[in-house]
Design a protein around this ligand. Structure first.
Ligand SMILES: [Zn+2]
Length: 268
């Protein structure tokens, strides 16, 4: 997995306001190797100081621990701060293989460790976890409190995680998006170089609709764009455009249309 440059888009699907912190797309301790879980934290920052006074610490680190410390910050207002797209130092050592620094995403919610959680912040916390589960194909059970996957940690304080996960699961199940994504993607074929079938036409149509077919791709064809769109053959030219699309979306640019590439192509 590369740097996760789709994280801001995923955050916006919550409906919460989103701040993209300058430089987030290339910030990280190398790329994020995989996403198998989500870990919820509190910052233990100051009691006051505005919406997200811990931003500098989460982004830049603290003595003894270099930043970024987590992918997301969550302000008291519910605003989501997208801080990093690569690996972050938010949970080590982990008691779960799905929730260590290399396998999970971290969310650092502003809270001094004792103060009550504002309703808007708590609501946004649940929705962000739900959208992350949707985006990475995880069940709600993969959302964990830091204290559940690291016995030395207390955070996030006072949140009943079973309750929290039930809310996350309800959002994942609700709405047409989850159904669409799961059902559709499960039944779609994998398109590789040399394939010849009608699904290749779908790939062509989607690439064109997403603005990823330059005129040069069809300029020399008799019939031009129409001919290009109607071809059922996955030729080298098409697969190069697929690779470019994958790169632009932060996916592994393997030039194969599979379960990771169909959703952004179809916009499900
Ligand atoms: Zn923590």
């Amino acid at each position: 997995m590369p740097f996760l440059t789709q994280l801001a888009d995923v955050a916006r699907r919550t409906g919460s306001p989103v701040t993209e912190v300058a430089g987030w797309r290339t910030r990280g301790h190398g790329p994020q190797p995989e996403v198998q879980g989500v870990v919820c934290h509190h910052t233990a920052g100051p009691a006051g100081g505005g919406d997200y006074p811990s931003l500098a610490v989460v982004r830049d680190g603290r003595p003894g621990l270099d930043g970024p410390l987590s992918h997301f910050g969550l302000g008291r207002s519910g605003r989501i701060y997208v801080i990093a797209a690569g690996r972050c130092w938010h949970n080590a050592p982990s008691t779960s293989p799905w929730h260590d620094n290399s396998s999970s995403l971290g969310i650092e919610a502003e809270n001094n460790g004792t103060q009550p959680w504002p309703a808007a912040q708590r609501e946004s916390y649940v929705r962000l976890c739900a959208e992350l589960c949707r985006a990475f194909g995880l069940p709600a059970s993969r959302v964990k409190a830091h204290r559940e996957v690291n016995t030395a940690k207390p955070d996030p304080h006072s949140i009943d995680m079973n309750d929290f996960r039930a809310s996350v699961a309800a959002i994942i199940k609700s709405g047409p998006d989850a159904f669409w994504t799961e059902e559709l993607v499960r039944n779609l074929p994998v398109i590789r170089l040399g394939d010849d079938n009608y699904d290749v036409k779908t790939v062509r149509g989607c690439l064109f609709a997403r603005g990823h077919v330059p005129p040069a791709a069809y300029a020399d064809l008799p019939g031009g764009l129409r001919t290009w769109l109607e071809s059922t053959v996955a030729d080298e030219g098409l697969m190069a455009l697929v690779s470019a699309f994958q790169q632009a979306r932060g996916l592994g640019a393997d030039g194969v249309v599979g379960p990771e590439t169909w959703p952004p192509l179809l916009r499900v």
